[in-house]
Write a protein that binds this ligand. Structure first.
Ligand code: ADP
Length: 186
């Protein structure tokens, strides 16, 4: 299965992603994790990305699209993957469509984890990552609202979008996700 996982910062995507990759045997492609690894390794891409990440802004599309293109070509992605944190802009979604169109491997589902904004701020403020300071959190929520949430319309029109209520226990939410993915898993 090829899955795109969309949700605002703090929605709990990481937790659910771990369960999904284990159950459905998917490669986990988290652009946030990839960028943090590049930053910690002090690569050129990592240093450039950090300028954006540390202020809560999105890293430029060209950088991200190149990272994803290289990653998708690796052998562990051929059996299926979960894209977590990508695409985050319409331009990234269009680039992804083009890549997958050329390979003849379309997406199977776009899963949205839905959590109200008031709840997100609370959760993020209690987490303690380097980019979890109040100003940076606010900026990340703005980036989601302005640049990422238009993807819900974009994928809504393709018929691929499935929305899951992200409030409840980890188990309850994973049950909702399984109800959507089980029928698509073969
Ligand atoms: P969260 O969803 O909790 O904000 P992520 O770990 O997904 O965090 O991403 C952290 C940061 O990495 C983002 O704030 C952004 O700066 C950068 N980033 C991750 N994925 C992308 C992407 N697809 N496009 C642009 N920037 C990205």
């Amino acid at each position: 299965m090829r899955i795109v996982f969309i949700g605002p910062p703090g929605a709990g995507k990481g937790t659910q992603a771990e369960r999904m990759i284990e159950k459905y045997k998917l490669a986990h492609l988290s652009t946030g994790d990839m960028l943090r690894a590049a930053r910690d390794a002090q690569t050129e891409v990592g240093k450039k990305a950090d300028e954006y990440m540390s202020t809560g802004r999105l890293v430029p599309d060209e950088i991200i699209v190149e990272i994803i293109e290289e990653r998708l070509a690796q052998s562990d992605c051929q059996a299926g993957y979960l894209l977590d944190g990508f695409p985050r802009t319409i331009a990234q979604a269009e680039a992804l469509d083009k890549m997958l169109g050329e390979k003849g491997t379309p997406l199977d589902v776009v899963l949205e984890l839905k959590v109200p904004e008031e709840e997100l701020f609370q959760r993020l403020a209690g987490r303690g990552r380097a980019d979890d300071t109040p100003d940076v959190i606010r900026q990340r929520l703005v980036a989601y609202r302005d640049q990422t949430s238009p993807l819900l319309d974009y994928y809504g029109k393709t018929g691929l979008l499935e929305s899951v209520d992200g409030l409840g226990t980890i188990e309850e939410i994973f049950d909702r996700i399984q109800a959507i993915l089980d029928p698509k898993a073969s």
